[in-house]
Design a protein around this ligand. Structure first.
Ligand SMILES: [Zn+2]
Length: 149
């Protein structure tokens, strides 16, 4: 990492701190003695989501988070649990090891896990995601859910 002041390549790490999933290092240039900071984080391979109409867009964690948050509105699900949920989905996606994932796969993944997290949130999400064609469909889904308990 070249020194931002003089461009020398030689620097010494004087302090290392872990902040969340980021490592912050204070460095001292061995040539001009000035100090600067570098940040290091794990690079997640970006995943492209293939939508139903064939368009592709980069996987957007925030977007997924919003969708789940909306489904969990007024449910006893903490912000922390939401975060963990989205982390879990992101990790599962990464572990597929594919650079492109159909939006359908993500939807099914979310529904599968949401079912465990909160049944009401699950039905809300599923009703939007599957856009149940009629009330019978929705009723079947809810019945199936209730029988499972
Ligand atoms: Zn320097």
């Amino acid at each position: 990492m070249p020194c931002p002041f003089c461009g020398a390549e030689d620097s010494r790490v004087v302090d290392t701190r872990q902040v969340g999933d980021v490592v912050r290092r204070r460095r001292e240039c061995q040539v001009c003695q000035r100090r600067f900071t570098t940040y290091e984080r794990v690079a997640r391979a970006s995943i492209m989501v293939v939508k139903r109409d064939g368009r592709r867009e980069e996987f957007d964690r925030e977007k997924l988070y919003e969708g789940i948050r909306r489904a969990c509105a007024k449910r006893p699900v903490s912000t922390e649990a939401l975060d963990q949920f989205v982390d879990g989905i992101e990790n599962r996606l990464c572990s597929l090891g594919q650079s492109e994932v159909p939006s359908r796969t993500i939807g099914e993944m979310v529904m599968e896990e949401l079912k465990e997290l909160d049944a009401v949130a699950y039905v809300r999400f599923a009703s939007v995601y599957r856009s149940f064609t009629d009330l019978e469909d929705l009723k079947r889904e809810v019945d199936g859910l209730l029988e499972g308990h």
